[in-house]
Design a binder for this molecule. Sequence first.
Ligand SMILES: NC(=O)c1ccc[n+]([C@@H]2O[C@H](COP(=O)([O-])OP(=O)(O)OC[C@H]3O[C@@H](n4cnc5c(N)ncnc54)[C@H](O)[C@@H]3O)[C@@H](O)[C@H]2O)c1
Length: 277
Amino acid sequence: MEGFAGKVAVVTGAGSGIGQALAVELGRSGAKLAISDVDTEGLAGTEERLKAIGAPVRADRLDVTEREAFLAYADAVNEHFGKVNQIYNNAGIAFTGDIEVSQFKDIERVMDVDFWGVVNGTKAFLPYLIASGDGHVVNVSSVFGLFSVSGQAAYNAAKFAVRGFTEALRQEMILAGHPVGVTTVHPGGIKTAIARNATVAEGLDQAELAKMFDRRVAHTSPERAARIILGAVRKNKARVLVGPDAKVLDIVVRLTGSGYQRLFMPVLGRLLPAPHR
Ligand SMILES: NC(=O)c1ccc[n+]([C@@H]2O[C@H](COP(=O)([O-])OP(=O)(O)OC[C@H]3O[C@@H](n4cnc5c(N)ncnc54)[C@H](O)[C@@H]3O)[C@@H](O)[C@H]2O)c1
């Protein structure tokens, strides 16, 4: 893949899954990488792969919920490479649990990482992306940012919020005449560690849910996801649906309006095991 030669790209949550695949694919296409994660072991693995490719890389432990650290990190990355072209706000976590049995802290944690992490990254890097003359913000939402399902209220709320925030940002960049493309990413089921890393409300079997996700939901490889995302960035698409499942679900939601809720409930509602229901 060509097209990112000499560009400086920042990838959060780069120690695993989609973030790791994005970093490697960007490295292969000539980009210089600033990668970060809270999982330093996973991050070291990504750093090694980038070094093997010969891509210039800087790896840092960064928790995307820590705003001051994120702001300082943006300054440090700009200082290190002399410019910043792209940020992939990818770091994210999952949580499963009906609202009735979820704790406030569970819901807040998902919003902190999945929504505020994206806001922190966007705000911290935006001045540098504008200054680069060729910038791009890539914010990872989900198909769960297009429709809601039972048991995913916190994740749905965060991913809908990412979509709202990012779509407004795109319009603002165009209206202001800033040289910054903006893309919202909506992956379907991707074969990553997300469900194994997830937490669940009391009474749910996390391992069982992760097994179900790996077997029945995750069909697209992270490498394929990364190539689809980078293809959309190249074309400065406003929205990218990742995987055939995402495309089909998007069509169903658009055709049925709020009617999708009645359609999805019997199917997706069953994915959560009793006694939760
Ligand atoms: N896998 C899927 O099916 C799927 C579907 C839709 C959207 N997504 C989204 O894609 C993104 C990447 O997820 P993935 O599937 O690769 O999962 P993953 O668990 O394999 O990778 C996520 C990475 O984010 C890191 N992370 C978690 N909290 C962090 C924090 N506070 N600060 C910094 N890093 C943190 C983790 O350590 C991990 O390395 C997430 O935003 C996720 O919500 C994934």
